[in-house]
Design a protein around this ligand. Structure first.
Ligand code: SAH
Length: 215
């Protein structure tokens, strides 16, 4: 039997997002319409709307829906921005950001996953304003900088300097910082030349690789 994905999505948005305090109507709307099951490998598809991360191959995961929504909400996008998505993975978070901003660059370090993200975005027709690139996102993607928003889906030891440099003013960077098991999700806001930082929550992401990551 094919699950009723639309009602699974509604239930996920009500129980996992609204009840936990996600309020941005654009984020809630996007999470209600993007077919997450299309970004999840076949063998895990029935679990697409469960309250947890799922394996997407290469030892990587698509984040828990709540974490996707929270990170997107923290960027406070209005639809005019160019956004950098570090850790493209399945392409789901890029699709979410694509629904909320004008343009998205999604950078993924594992070639097989970059191809998968591209294919998922093409098949769902959601990739129109999204460019998937393969490379070390801990160095950002200077070609399209500055970014009004940067979202990082893998945990770094510290905030990589190139990401701060490529963040626009005003701009918002959301990034998990910490080791394999113990991380804080930081929100870094650049405004009028000043940088403010706060911790949004505690979390557990896969490690960021590359020069600015855990290598
Ligand atoms: N946003 C993804 C979640 C992917 S998990 C989704 O919606 O599915 C984090 C991803 O970050 C993994 O795919 C991993 O390969 C990637 N990654 C880790 N270090 C990276 C780096 N330095 N540059 C780009 N991608 C990186």
């Amino acid at each position: 039997m094919i699950p009723d994905w639309a009602s699974e999505r509604r239930r996920m948005v009500d129980r996992q997002l609204r009840k936990r305090g996600i309020r941005d109507p654009r984020v809630l709307d996007a999470m209600l319409t993007i077919p997450r099951e299309e970004f999840v490998p076949h063998e895990h598809r029935v679990c697409s709307y469960q309250d947890e991360p799922l394996q997407i191959g290469y030892g990587q995961t698509i984040s828990q829906p709540y974490m996707d929504a929270l990170m997107a909400e923290l960027l406070e996008l209005t639809g005019t921005e160019t956004v950098l998505d570090v850790g493209g993975g399945s392409g789901y978070h890029a699709a979410l950001l694509g629904a909320l901003a004008a343009r998205v660059i999604s950078i993924e370090i594992i070639p097989g996953l970059a191809r998968q993200a591209e294919e998922n975005l093409r098949r769902t027709g959601l990739g129109g304003n999204i460019t998937v690139v393969c490379g070390d996102g801990s160095q950002g993607w200077p070609e399209a900088a500055p970014y009004a928003g940067i979202s990082v889906a893998a945990a770094a030891p510290d905030v990589p300097e190139p990401l701060l440099a490529q963040l626009g003013d005003p701009g918002r960077l959301v990034i998990p910082i910490g080791d394999r098991w113990d991380q804080e999700l930081r929100v870094i806001v650049k405004s009028d030349g000043a940088i403010h930082e706060r911790i949004a929550t505690f979390c557990r992401f896969v490690p960021l690789r590359g020069t600015g990551g855990w290598r």
